[in-house]
Design a protein around this ligand. Structure first.
Ligand code: EPZ
Length: 429
């Protein structure tokens, strides 16, 4: 199993190109099931989760062609996928595939909308909490589907097709909003989603669906209206930049000090996180090419932050902020409000000498002047990268084990960081 070795202490200086957003690329690929024409996606990140979803879609009969590099392409340019679901040969998504990646459960929406049936394995729990799908099921039932659970599978049928409806989410849910949005595009009549998630990835998917002929308005606000259409067409769409990757590298620079241009980043996608970084003592300068981030001289100031749905501080940056706060000059408080168990990084950060106390959903971090390198391991993607951030300043050697989590969501992490002066390498085997 691959590991990452880091020797801490170097400042980061240079340019980091930001990849396409994983959490937009996955639902966009799934949206390809809604049409028998070809959907072309540009700027798709090269990630293990993308490759896994290609296998899952392949099982339904979807042809996916990955276009090769063209002359003049930058080495970090994302891939272009040509997704063709002309013939859906199987409407079952089996346990072996769905259990490997939670978002693959979302295929239930386009399969139901287009094929009027789907049999999809329940995704199960994961390292960050129980993560139920009750709200997704509620949304599909509102749209007229009949759902039963048998043998660990959700069996969904809508013999006469889906029908537009009002869907009120009791809790803001990204997955629920994606599923309701995709299903409603091909439903008869009008659907209104209330208390919809406003995340930029929802807007990106809605933009692409509208290019495919859907009639969606209000994406990015809590009320989304969808006028159903009979058929969707193919189109070409560029995946938006990854705001979580952007925020992660911004925190890494704040941690080590230095000066880095995050090329291709869009500040409006993570304003709340940038505000927190400024409060912590970093200098953040949006420019034509993205965001420049630096920290020189002054120490890291402690902050108090609660995670919240967009535009609040993202839960997917909570672990990275906690790593940053381990060396702040005082006590910080970080409250996790989205997932009930997203603190798996706490015990691993302690291996570096970090002082963190957990009380329910709030972590108190007492900053320490020095972290020391250690062998560490994490159980989810964002927790893993928080250990990399700590390792970048820790004295001596850090070995991050089980890095397949990192490969799920960070493209060429070690290359991007070493190009900016970090001592970081992948050790294979
Ligand atoms: C998406 O997960 C992201 N995943 C997550 O990123 C991200 O942390 C999360 O949104 C919140 O921003 C993808 O986009 C692929 P939710 P999702 O539905 O859609 C509860 C990463 O590291 N809930 O918004 O699954 C749920 O338990 C990942 O890239 C229900 O109770 O999140 C949670 O407490 C991790 N019932 C809250 O809602 C439901 O039916 C928000 O979940 C659905 C959700």
């Amino acid at each position: 199993m691959d590991r990452i070795r880091i020797v801490g202490g170097s400042k980061l200086n240079g340019t980091i190109p930001i990849s396409g957003a994983k959490n937009a690329a996955l639902p966009l690929m799934i949206a390809g099931l809604l049409t028998d024409e070809t959907l072309i996606l540009d700027n798709v990140p090269r990630l293990a989760d993308v490759a896994q979803l290609q296998r899952i879609l392949g099982n339904h009969g979807v042809d996916i062609m990955s276009a090769g590099k063209r002359p003049g392409d930058h080495e970090y340019q994302g891939q272009t996928l040509h997704i063709s679901a002309a013939n859906i040969i199987d409407t079952t998504a089996p346990y072996e595939l769905v259990s490997k990646m939670r978002a693959s459960f979302w295929v239930i929406a386009p399969l139901l909308a287009r094929m009027h049936e789907a049999k999809v394995s329940l995704p199960g729990g994961c390292a960050i909490g129980t993560r139920p799908v009750d709200l997704l099921i509620m949304a599909l039932e509102k749209l007229g589907a009949e759902l039963t659970i048998d043998g660990g599978y959700v069996i969904a049928k809508a013999p006469g097709g889906l029908k537009g409806a009002d869907i009120d989410f009791a809790k803001v849910t990204v997955s629920g909003t994606h599923v309701a949005l995709m299903a409603a595009t091909l439903a008869k009549g009008t659907t209104v989603i209330n208390n919809a998630a406003c995340e930029p990835e929802i807007v990106d998917v809605a933009d692409c669906l509208n290019k495919m002929g859907a009639r969606i308005s209000g994406a990015g606000t809590p009320t989304i209206t969808i006028e159903g259409v009979a058929k969707l067409n193919g189109t070409r769409h560029t995946v938006l930049p990854d705001r979580i990757e952007t925020g992660t590298y911004a925190m890494a620079v704040a941690m080590t000090g230095g000066d880095v241009q995050l090329s291709g980043a869009r500040p409006e996608l993570l304003q709340s996180a940038l505000d927190v970084l400024v409060e912590a003592g970093a200098t953040v300068t949006p420019n034509n090419d993205g965001i420049r981030i630096s920290r020189n001289g002054a120490g890291i100031k402690p902050v108090n932050v609660s995670t919240a749905p967009f535009p609040g501080f993202p839960t997917d940056l909570q672990a990275q902020l906690m790593a940053l706060m381990t060396t702040a000059t005082g006590s910080s408080h970080i409250t996790e409000t989205i997932f009930e168990n997203r603190f798996m990084h706490v015990q691993e950060l302690a291996r570096f000498g970090a002082r963190i106390h957990l009380d329910g959903e709030t972590a108190t971090i007492d900053g320490t002047a020095k972290l020391r390198g250690a062998p560490v391991m994490a159980t989810d993607l964002r927790a893993s990268v928080s250990l990399v951030i700590a390792g970048l300043v820790a004295e001596g050697e850090t070995m991050v084990n089980r890095i397949y989590h990192l490969d799920r969501g960070f493209e060429r992490l070690e290359e991007k960081l070493s190009a900016c002066g970090a001592t970081i390498e992948r050790i294979s085997g």
